[in-house]
Design a protein around this ligand. Structure first.
Ligand code: AP5
Length: 224
């Protein structure tokens, strides 16, 4: 079976984490989400976390050199040998170039950049209602995907929290940062023939079906 080396692209709140969770289960791939990695570093009080925190609280990106090394090192591990899902990386042209260089060095290639598209108003609605499980990061939405019991994770019973950067003013700034620094990567991957677009305003299950069908077609084309 061929490798699946996937990037999730899209604005904050598009559903990248929601879809990545499903793909990781479908294909048994390791999942590297830079936001989760950075939030864990902040919780642990590590040097990475201390340097990242103020950028994250403002809704700005952390500097490329802080995050790039963390990710490129993980791709060169046995765990990632058969593929990976990258969520939240790359987010700048500099990061995309570093990723390209590492993929070349490893003699591999990216399978696809999966772009989940939603408009800015929907992003604000979604992030204000998002709740995250404190123990393992399982995702909920107070209206679209509520837990069975309010404030408690269905999967592991831990408390559900609201992220600090999901306050409306920070969300607006994160959207500006996305349009300015990350959206240019849409063209970057489109020019390389790797971009696949998905309508993220459909239901999570429908978006998932569309992504799975697209990946199945890509694999078939590879085998022909
Ligand atoms: P990160 O954690 O990566 O945040 P983000 O990209 O802003 O993405 P989100 O996690 O907010 O959204 P998502 O698309 O995963 O949506 P989700 O599935 O949760 O980054 C946080 C910060 O870390 C950045 O601001 C930056 O400071 C720093 N950082 C991270 N990576 C970096 C990098 N590479 N370089 C520099 N800095 C970096 O869904 C959202 C909500 O919507 C949920 O409640 C969900 O249940 C609901 N939902 C999902 N899909 C649907 C649907 N189809 N319909 C209805 N509701 C839905």
């Amino acid at each position: 079976m061929s490798e699946l080396n996937l990037i999730m692209l899209g604005p904050p709140g598009a559903g990248k984490g929601t879809q990545a969770e499903r793909l990781v289960e479908d294909f048994e791939l390791p999942y590297y989400a830079t936001g989760d990695i950075l939030r864990a570093a902040v919780r642990d009080g590590s040097e990475l976390g201390r340097e990242a925190k103020e950028h994250m609280d403002r809704g700005d990106l952390v500097p490329d050199e802080l995050i790039t090394k963390v990710i490129v090192e993980r791709l060169d591990t046995p765990e990632a040998a058969d593929g990976f899902v990258l969520d939240g990386f790359p987010r700048t042209r500099g990061q995309a170039q570093s990723l390209d260089e590492q993929i070349d060095r490893l003699g591999r290639r990216l399978t696809a950049a999966l772009l989940i598209e939603v408009d800015d108003d929907e992003v604000v609605r979604r992030l204000s209602g998002r709740r995250v499980c404190a123990a393992n990061g399982h995702l909920y939405h107070v209206d679209h995907d509520p837990p069975k019991s309010e404030g408690v994770c269905d999967e592991d019973g831990s408390a559900l929290e609201q992220r600090d950067d999901d306050r409306p003013e920070t969300v607006k700034h994160r959207l500006e940062v996305y349009h300015e620094q990350t959206q240019p990567l849409v063209e970057f991957y489109d020019e390389r023939g790797m971009l696949r677009r998905f309508n993220g305003s459909r239901k999570p299950g429908e978006v998932h079906d569309h992504i799975k069908a697209t990946l199945a077609t890509l694999r078939l084309e590879e085998e022909l």
